[in-house]
Write a protein that binds this ligand. Structure first.
Ligand SMILES: [Fe+2]
Length: 349
């Protein structure tokens, strides 16, 4: 322990040195100015500062000291023989840590100093520990988010690999849905959520026969019914993810239609969850702008027409309008070839 005793009375300094002879190094200085100069290049655990000194009093020293960030948390005990009203109040306001009145009892001084130094030590270590743990928690969070994202990408690619005609479908739908959500004023957090919902919306196709998914001829009613089960299968696969229930919802509801003629629940209008209504437009856009087993990419004008026709019947008008806006901006019809953007990725290391 290193104490700085600042007092113009050599007797007081001597007493303090005796009190702490066994447990601390006591640096003594006889003026505030000398103390401030010493503190420029040195450190101590606590300062015992006389209030009444010629030239510069204890308050003035304290005032200057607290302006320097390097010493703004140095514990300072003011020593005073004055009993003036309001002195302590003013001292505390200036940043004094404690007061000891002269003449003092050696044991009281010893206990107060020990307690304050110990408190400062614990406070500093606690702050360091909190900082260290926070960094660790942030790094673990960042790692688990990265792992989650990569797992989702792997799962989406597993689904898309089953259908040789829809490679990259899930990622493109995720991106379109994310763009629509952004333009619809959704928060960044929701944009990221809908991105993941888009990535996994078709996961239920894992449970549908590959021969049906890849069939080039038209589907029989039974085969079409089997394809439709991918919504419910997807829901069943994802419903165990309690922390992100929207994932299961999106898988279940992305083929619902605004007019109630969709599946599996025939939900209508605003009864269809908002994110699923966004996904429905994104999904349809990608279906029309990529090659399928049953047809080639449609010309952009036709895609636009289909979205417009579906406005208010197949699609929520709000999101159909946003999609139409995106199509109109896409003068060269290259949106479907754009590099994929993953929301939130740039913020992480
Ligand atoms: Fe689907």
């Amino acid at each position: 322990m290193r104490l700085l005793a600042v007092d113009d009375d050599p007797m007081i300094v001597l007493i303090l040195k005796r009190i702490f002879a066994q447990e601390a190094e006591v640096i003594s200085l006889d003026s505030g100015r000398a103390a401030l100069a010493w503190l420029e290049d040195n450190v101590c655990d606590l300062m015992l500062l006389d209030y009444r000194m010629p030239d510069m009093d204890g308050f003035e020293v304290l005032r200057i000291l607290r302006r320097h960030s390097q010493h703004d948390d140095l514990p300072v005990i003011l020593l005073t023989g004055d009993t003036e009203n309001g002195l302590e109040t003013e001292g505390f306001a200036l940043g004094a840590t404690d007061f000891i009145r002269k003449p003092f009892v050696p044991d009281v001084v010893r206990h107060r100093v020990r307690r304050l130094v110990r408190y400062e030590y614990l406070k500093k270590h606690l702050e360091q520990e909190v900082g260290r743990k926070t960094l660790l928690a942030e790094s673990r969070l960042s790692e688990s988010r990265l792992l989650f994202r990569e797992m989702v990408v792997a799962l989406a690619r597993t689904v898309d690999a089953k259908d040789k005609y829809t490679s990259g479908h899930s990622e493109r739908v995720a991106n379109y849905a994310c763009r629509i959500a952004k333009l619809a004023g959704e928060s960044e957090e929701n944009q990221e959520k809908i991105y993941y919902m888009g990535m996994l919306h078709d996961i239920g196709k894992i449970g549908v026969a590959k021969s049906i998914i890849n069939k080039q001829a038209s589907l029989t009613p039974e085969e079409y019914a089997s394809i439709q089960t991918h919504t419910v299968i997807g829901f069943q696969i994802l419903q165990s993810i309690d922390v992100f229930p929207d994932l299961a919802m999106a898988a279940r509801c992305h083929h619902e239609r605004y007019d109630g003629k969709g599946y599996p629940e025939h939900l209508k209008g605003q009864d269809i969850p908002r994110f699923a209504r966004i996904l429905a437009v994104a999904d349809a856009y990608d279906a029309m702008t990529s090659n399928r087993s049953y047809r080639r990419i449609l010309p952009q004008a036709q895609v636009r027409k289909e979205i417009l026709q579906g406005r208010g019947t197949q699609f929520d008008p709000e999101f159909a309008d946003i999609m139409l806006g995106l199509i109109d901006e896409d003068v060269n019809y290259t949106m479907r070839e754009m590099p994929q953007h993953v929301p939130g990725k740039e913020q992480e290391v």
